[in-house]
Design a binder for this molecule. Sequence first.
Ligand SMILES: Nc1nc2c(ncn2[C@@H]2O[C@H](COP(=O)(O)OP(=O)(O)OP(=O)(O)O)[C@@H](O)[C@H]2O)c(=O)[nH]1
Ligand SMILES: [Mg+2]
Length: 370
Amino acid sequence: MNIVVILPTYNERENIVQLLDQLEALKPAIKKHTLSFLVADDTSPDGTKDAVKEYQKTHKDVFCISGKREGLGKALLRGMTYAINVLDADLIVQMDADLSHDSKKLPEFIRAIDNGANFAVGSRYIKGGSIPENWGLHRKIFSIVGNAIVRFGLGYPSVHDWTGGYRAFKKHFFIQAQDEMKEYSGYVFQIAFLHKAVKQRAKIVEIPFHFTDRLYGRSKIAPFEYIKNVLEYVIRARITDILEGHFGKFAVVGTIGFLINTVILVGLKMIGIHPAVGSAIGAECAIISNFILNNAWTFRERKIKGKRTILKFVQFNITSLGALVIQSGTVYVGTLLFGIPAYFYAYILGVGLGLIWNFTMYSKVIWKKS
Ligand SMILES: Nc1nc2c(ncn2[C@@H]2O[C@H](COP(=O)(O)OP(=O)(O)OP(=O)(O)O)[C@@H](O)[C@H]2O)c(=O)[nH]1
Ligand SMILES: [Mg+2]
């Protein structure tokens, strides 16, 4: 495998040469593969690039690109693109250049890939990993809570470290994600990239490591902006998941059904038909629309075809009747217990229970997985 280690740098002059030395020393342990290093600098004012240029004179396996400062995400994007398109990388390794990421762990990442994983994630929050003991309480809480919000907020608790930047992954993860990754210019890039990989069912192995506090230079993370971006990412991702999942489509279809029902009821009333009759006709039209749209869209991968359609349509009508009974029953019981003025609360509760009933019946009975 052709392995390229990407090292993003902004003012890491005191760290980068030491890190490159450490990485060069690992080569004998990774003999099976070709290893090279790519510094993705953002024209650091401290002259990081000059130090790397000097180093390159004696090390042909060190490369350096530089651009204007647009954030860590943009630097990683540029680095990964270069690693694949110019350096022909099969495997990309990404690590911080401030000596916080233990370079001695790198062979473990590569072994994990050799053994069948396609994405190795350095983890501070599993056995064998840690954050620095000397960090103040605030910093520890920031790190642990921030990571937990992402881990549980995105709904993938089996991966423990989402916010770190010590990883190794096969190139196809980047090739598939690169267009979408352009919108994440800052630190949230790390989260978004891992999230895309997890959704693509990456074979992930976590490698524990002890995170060391930087000795030289300063942290570039802006905590408040970071928190805002992370929360925004998690919330947006969850909303998208819901809209793209069955429940979101079910809700859209249900809303269309409700509109059809209302338009027909009002229209028939205008030409003199009794509202009770109009309501029944409207309801059946909504049921037909719901059935067709749920079959063609919400549950399209479980589409009902042929003769079974009639049987399923009958089932669908019975289910809808069930929802009506639940809704009216809730209103009846609610007013019995709390009096007529409470009817509207009971109605809202009834609609909610009816929705749960419908969705459960649709996904578990009518369009159940074969
Ligand atoms: N090219 C480039 N690299 C960056 C940028 N921001 C951060 N980096 C690099 O990304 C790595 C991580 O940045 P740090 O500032 O150490 O952030 P951190 O590790 O989350 O925070 P600390 O724990 O405080 O060090 C380091 O190697 C930085 O030099 C940037 O805007 N451009
Ligand atoms: Mg750091």
